[in-house]
Design a protein. Structure first.
Length: 360
């Protein structure tokens, strides 16, 4: 089929297509291009008429205008993204400088406190040494005065000589070999430990092994209709270093609820509590899971309305769950060979009418 025949067929298809739409009705006017009145169509945009030959050209021009508009949009988008990136870099730089300033201030205060304590210890040692020598000088003067007085009176005998000699010998020994001085260390913290905590503000529920309802951009997970016996739910953030507290509000609770972590490398599954990288707690007794095994121990005591905090500490390789109502605290050490980084927030829910919210 040659090019001219293809064009003719395309024109007939377009003509047939236009006849199917009421907004492209035939009208009696001239074509804006060739000024003929044969087979005229009106454009609802510019309200001008075009013949069959030129209506396609008009449409092509509109496509080109659309492309130019899209290019202009992309240009503005690129400028906007560039400004956003620069703004984020500036904000990150300011935040970094502020955090470093806090660390520098802590270092300065700690050094000043150590220097103060060291100077106090030196002064205490100097005072003790001065006082000790002063007391020894007084003792020696007393012996000397007694010797002179007894010499003048010629009032002494062998026992007195032995007594004076013993006193002088003790003074000499104490002067040459002073009593042992011990420097004791008080291991109570005098300098507060500085820790870096990374607070994830964008954590949200994002994945599940079966049908659940995510609300408020993933801040709420709701288990409504459940066909399977259990459902795994995961967060979207990944944790490999630092300490990360995540707080929850238990809006509705029904059945078993597991709170914990799981390795990102572990596939989603219904019974995720037996996954080899699962670490966490169900509610009740003997429901502590480590490396996917029930290791006994006490689970959590969460009820409806509770606010709880899961602390993921990658540096210490541990997780902690705190119930703010009962002040109950649970802690698990994590074997990173069985649960390799990065970790993810991990819940496992059992029954409908379960609703949990991530709160700041």
């Amino acid at each position: 089929m040659n090019k001219q025949s293809s064009v003719q067929i395309y024109k007939r298809l377009v003509f047939s297509l236009f006849n199917q739409f009421e907004n492209m009705a035939m009208i009696n006017c001239l074509c804006q291009v060739c000024e003929t009145n044969h087979g005229i169509f009106r454009c609802n945009g510019c309200l001008q008429g075009f013949c069959v030959d030129h209506v396609l050209e008009h449409h092509d021009e509109m496509i080109k205008d659309l492309d130019r508009t899209q290019e202009f949009h992309n240009e503005i988008k690129q400028i906007l993204e560039s400004k956003f990136n620069r703004m984020e870099e500036q904000e990150n730089e300011l935040l970094y400088k502020e955090l470093v300033k806090t660390i520098d201030e802590w270092e300065k205060k700690s050094v000043n406190q150590i220097q103060k304590l060291a100077n106090e210890a030196r002064e205490q040692l100097a005072m003790y040494t001065t006082e000790r020598l002063t007391q020894m000088k007084k003792k020696l003067n007393v012996i000397n005065d007694e010797l002179e007085q007894r010499r003048q009176r010629r009032d002494f005998h062998e026992t007195d000589l032995h007594s004076w000699f013993d006193k002088l010998q003790r003074l000499k020994t104490e002067l040459i070999e002073p009593s042992k001085i011990l420097i004791e260390k008080d291991y109570e913290k005098i300098i507060p430990k500085l820790s870096i905590r990374f607070h994830e503000t964008d954590e949200s529920f994002q994945q599940s092994s079966s049908s659940v309802k995510f609300e408020n951009n993933g801040k709420v997970v709701c288990l409504e209709n459940q066909l399977n016996s259990y459902t795994e739910v995961r967060g979207g953030c990944e944790y490999s270093f630092g300490e990360h507290p995540i707080r929850f509000l238990i809006e509705e609770t029904n059945g078993w609820i597991l709170f914990g972590i799981i390795s990102k490398s572990t596939p989603l599954q219904t019974h995720s509590y037996v996954s080899p990288s699962c670490y966490g707690w169900y509610n009740g007794q003997s429901f502590v899971y480590a490396a996917g095994a029930n290791v006994g121990g006490t689970g959590h005591d969460i009820i409806q309305g509770d606010q709880v905090c899961l602390i993921i500490n990658c540096d210490e390789k541990s997780i902690k769950l705190i119930n703010e109502r009962s002040n109950k605290q649970l802690k698990l050490q994590v074997d990173t060979e069985k649960c390799p980084f990065p970790w993810q927030l991990h819940l496992n829910l059992e029954l409908p009418n379960t609703r949990i919210r991530i709160i700041s």
